[in-house]
Design a protein around this ligand. Structure first.
Ligand code: SF4
Length: 325
């Protein structure tokens, strides 16, 4: 049976960092080399460092071609996913295919864990913009915040970030996701800043928790505190975090999607993954629609057993299950 190629492409969706971003979802939900405490997609269900063709390259490219032909004019085509996109062994071929069909710049959002590998470097050197992450200043904090797969070493990750950035002719915007009580402590942030100096990205982008995290102990850092921490980092530094969920001026969800989501949530609280499966869209797109409904005040998030459920505010939906939904 052939998969629907459109399932791998979503948007364009508004992105604080990338403007109008046409997303490409390269791996199944929570296929990742990390299990970050702050992940908005929930706990990692498939922890791995194995590179595979998780989505058929041909289907990804035909889905993109159809979306671009329908008149979409995004600022970026963003290779991301419901996990770590460099785990897709065909990402280099996909970037080449996009370049052959469109002049829209290609951005890759990656946790950076595989950037030390020559094959991953070769693949990503073809992109226009790479947005990797570095959330810790030493191995112990790395294990606490990013909870990596056993095969990932912190020293290798930092070496890979530095080596890739040296070779890449495009821009590297390094995201540093700071957590209250942990990495937002000035002595921890200084350790990260020292590594950033060595990596020398084009820009540093400081972020923090804005959506319900995989682990409810992951704490948001206030905007003023983030702005203060920015002075510890070298070079051009942006504070890119959005307002916390429920306060963000997100764009309105399209009426048909809004009705579908509200009908689902009227029956029972759902995770973003449930909504994505119900609508047949990637989780990142479902999250954007849920954000809009939370901003309107008609949907509320609630974390139960480490999973974030969305429920209709004032609705009749049952309580979230206390274990696996
Ligand atoms: S935040 Fe990104 S890197 Fe971390 S677990 Fe989620 S998908 Fe993986």
């Amino acid at each position: 049976m052939t998969a629907n190629p459109a399932r791998y492409v979503y948007g364009p969706v508004p992105s604080r960092r990338l403007g109008r971003s046409l997303g490409v979802d390269l791996v199944p939900l929570k296929t990742c080399s990390y299990d970050c405490v702050y992940c908005q997609l929930g706990p990692t269900s498939n922890p791995t460092t194995e590179r595979r063709e998780y989505a058929p390259v041909r289907d990804v490219l035909s889905g993109l071609h159809a979306t671009l032909a329908s008149g979409s004019a995004p600022d970026y085509i963003s290779l991301a996913g419901s996990g770590e996109p460099t785990l897709h062994s065909g990402i280099g071929e996909i970037i080449r295919g996009i370049k052959a069909m469109s002049a829209v710049p290609v951005a890759v959002l990656t946790n950076g864990s595989l950037l030390w590998r020559e094959d991953v470097q070769r693949d990503l050197l073809q992109a226009d913009l790479v947005l990797p992450s570095l959330d810790a200043g030493d191995e112990a904090m790395f294990r606490r915040v990013n909870r990596p797969h056993g095969g990932v070493s912190f020293a290798q990750v930092v070496d890979g970030l530095a080596s890739f950035t040296r070779q890449f002719s495009g821009d590297v915007w390094l995201e540093v996701f700071l957590l209250g009580g942990l990495t937002a402590e000035p002595h921890e942030a200084r350790k990260i800043a020292a590594l950033v100096r060595r990596i020398a990205p084009t820009r540093v982008q400081l972020n923090t928790v804005t959506r319900p995290p995989a682990d409810p102990s992951a704490r948001r850092v206030g905007l003023k505190a983030l702005e203060g921490l920015a002075s510890l980092f070298p070079g051009d530094v942006d504070v890119v975090c959005e307002a916390p969920w429920g306060h963000a001026p997100a764009g309105a969800a399209p009426a048909a999607i809004r009705d579908d989501i509200m009908a689902m949530l009227a029956r029972r609280p759902c995770t973003a993954a449930d909504v994505a499966n119900g609508l047949g869209v990637p989780p990142n797109e479902a999250i954007k629609h849920l954000d809009a409904l939370v901003s309107e005040g008609v949907v509320g998030p609630r974390v139960v057993d480490g999973r974030c459920y969305y429920a209709a505010v004032g609705g009749q939906s049952a309580a979230p299950p206390s274990t696996e939904a």
